[in-house]
Structure formats: structure tokens, C-alpha cells
Design a protein around this ligand. Sequence first.
Ligand code: PMP
Length: 395
Amino acid sequence: MTKFSDFANTLQASDIAELLALTEKPEVISFAGGLPAPELFPIEEMKQVDQAIYEKEGRQAVQYGTTEGDVPLREEIAKRMKKSFFVDCEPKDIVVTTGSQQALFILSQILVNKDETIAMESPSYMGAIMAFDPVRPKYIEVPTDDKGIVPEELDAILAKDDSVRMIYVIPEFQNPTGITWPVERRKAFMDVINKYDVVVVEDDPYGEIRYDIEKLPSLKSMDTQGKVVFLGSFSKIFMPGLRLGWTIANPEIIDKFVKFKQAVDLGTSTFGQRQAAYYCQMFDMDAHIKEINALYAKRRDLMCESMKKYFPKECTFTYPQGGLFTWVTLPKELDAKELMPKCLEKDVAYVPGGIFYPNGGNGNHFRLNYSNMPEDRIVEGIKRLGEVLTEALAK
Ligand code: PMP
């Protein structure tokens, strides 16, 4: 028997993982993943991009690069940060990461010790909890309402607990709830955190996937004390398989971050970075994002209209103005995990909500993704879910 580390021994097969594995069968109408629509990946354009890279750069295109990332890509990122997130930054403030997922892992490693505390929205992104777990932190769930984190609650927590090292938030089109913080909420949040010695990680992979809401200033754009670390990603606006994200932080954090990243992977794929940079230079990324948003808005509408039509009225759901997810709340007596086998009998799936709470509980929610299924399957899948819910409530 192999002797594993204590942390590795905590990595057990979970019943949820087993259920989610079943959702991958092709006949299942799965609202469980968080996958972008593959039909919008710009494959034809990428053939031209790849050729241009080799023609211009030859073998250098696939040489090792710096840990911070290629300068032309960081220049493109700086432009996007200004235009879409109202942040002034330069390539030196940016590190390209292997997905923003890598940044979550590295940040927890460099900022938090075992038994120190990470505060996060309740609920929050399950993958972040997974990335933070190796540190063995404590988690505090900060209460949220339909406008995001409640600043007064956060203030009370920070005033009481000086072991909070990091506050992890997703202010735009949150995963899993789809909720977006209005500007006033963002300002009130910044007023609170400015009183404490704490780092805020603002995770924003969905900020440019917006349908019927104007661009709002990011927390980073309001940050006067260098406390906010901003995480961006090419996964939802471009192609997730390239595994490209970025981190923007103050020089002190960037320095430690780069040293840690060097140990993790030396640097992010140099060819992948060139693919993203060349695409931005040769084609119109904004037009591409517009196309994505038009398709997803249509799917969001269809999913919400179908839920209105087919779900029992005791079940409520969020109406996201961007991003990939809506969040369904069931009457307290129902448990979404327990209903999963019934859904799978009908070949339809969601993610049960409990796993988005780091300290557990809250079984009466589930997350639905609307970006990845074609329109006819969205309607049919929601209809089937409606049947399961109606039957469960009739008992
Ligand atoms: N943060 C959030 C909130 C996410 O939803 C995801 C992916 N679904 C990530 C980070 C990781 O994205 P990536 O590593 O592909 O950039």
C-alpha cells in the first residue's frame, strides 16, 4: 500500500463525484458542468493564428518563456483590464497563469497558513474551496443577499476574528448564484476592507459575459491601498482548454506569486499564450465576445422562461444578467442531492448546491448551467426537472 501524505489521504471519492460522473453520458441533458458552448470556439481563425505564429517566430514559439508570461499577451490583457474592468495596469503588474484556477491555489499557498481563515461568500465557487483546501484553512462563510456579500456582516466578522487572511469574492455573475454586486455594494465592501489588514481576491472570469447590464467598476478599480488581487480568465471569452488566466496584484504579492509559480510549473504554456495574443491582434475579440453573449442571453431567457412554466411555484431561481449559471432554491424540506437519482432516471442533471458551502449544509439548492446545452434540450431538460420537483413536493 502506498503511504500518502495527510492531505492526500483527505482526497476521498465522494458520492457527489460519482453522481456527477453519470451526468457525462451523452443521453443526459446536463446542466451540471460549467462548459462554454464549443460551437463558438473560433477554430478556423485559430488555424490562421497557429500558422502565423510559426511563420513569424519559428522555433522560438515553443521555447520556454518567463514565469510572469509573454509581454505581448500581458499588453493585450492590460488593454482589456482598462476597457472592461476600469483598471489601469501595465504588464509588470500582471502574471499569466495556467487558468485562474492556478492563481487560486497559489494565492492561498502564499497568503494563508494552516488554521488561519479564508472568508468567502456563502455559497461560493466549489473549485476555489478545492484549491484552498491543501492549506488546511478554516472557512468563514459571509452571509450574502440578492446584492452579494452583506458588508455589515463582513465588518462584524473582521472585527471579531483577526485570523482572516484572505477574502475570496466573485462580484460579477457569481458561481454558483449568478448574482452581481451593484456599485453601491462594491463601495460599501471596499470601505469595510480598507479598515483591516486583509487581502481581497476578486475572481472575475465572467465579467465580460454580460447580457443586459452595463459594465460596472471592478473592486480592483476602486482599490486605493493595493489590497485587491484581481483574477481574470480566457476560459469563458475564448477557449478553456488553453488554460490561460491572469493575476493582477501589488508588487509585493506579484513577487512572491511568481516565485511560487516557478516551483509549480516554471511558466504557463508559451504557445498557448501566443495563440491568445495573436488572436487578439489578428481578429476582433470584442466581436467574438458579443457573439457569445448573444447566444448565452438567448439560452438564459429560455431556461428562465421554462422554469417559470414547468417548476412548482415554491421553487425560486435567480435571473442572472451575465455569466453561465442560475441558482435554484427549493423549499427547505427538499434535498437536491437526494433528488439527483430521480433526475438521472429521467436523464437530466444539475449540481446539488451543498458542495458550494465550505462548511456544508444547505441541501435545498441546485445550480443550473445554460451555456452548454442547445435550446431544444434546455426546454426538455427543465420540463423533466419540473416533473421531478412537482412529484417530490406532492409527497
Ligand atoms: N473562478 C470561477 C468563479 C470559476 O467559475 C472558474 C471556472 N469555472 C474558475 C475560477 C477557473 O477558471 P479557469 O481556471 O478556467 O480560468
